[in-house]
Design a protein around this ligand. Structure first.
Ligand code: FES
Length: 109
């Protein structure tokens, strides 16, 4: 995998997110209350809402548009809703964060 440095965990607000634009998509990188970090596509599987603006709770985010709850671990909608966003491999080395963009390019082809 081709890992790309994206910054430090302290760059992301606690229970918040930061967006990274790539040619394929915008990626939302979330930091949970338990200091876990996840990267997923910033596009709700329902109608494309900006998940980065949602509320983070546990290891999930609630979409700001119609309140679907998306797992940050799997990208899947939780509860009765059906759908998923792409998850992006993320490595956390003592707070320094890397994502694997190579797989993203391959997956988008
Ligand atoms: S667009 Fe996210 S819940 Fe509708």
């Amino acid at each position: 995998m081709n890992w790309h440095l994206i910054g430090h965990i302290s760059d992301i607000p606690l229970r918040g997110s930061r967006c990274i634009k790539t040619p394929q998509m915008t990626i939302a990188v979330f930091r949970t209350g338990e200091e876990e970090v996840y990267a997923i596509e910033n596009r709700c599987p329902h109608k494309g809402g900006p998940l980065s603006e949602g509320i983070v709770h546990g290891n999930a985010v609630t979409c700001p548009l119609h309140n679907w709850v998306i797992s940050l671990e799997t990208g899947k909608a939780l509860g009765a809703d059906d759908g998923a966003v792409r998850t992006i491999p993320l490595r956390n080395e003592g707070g320094t964060l890397y994502i694997a963009l190579e797989s993203l390019v391959m997956a988008a082809e």
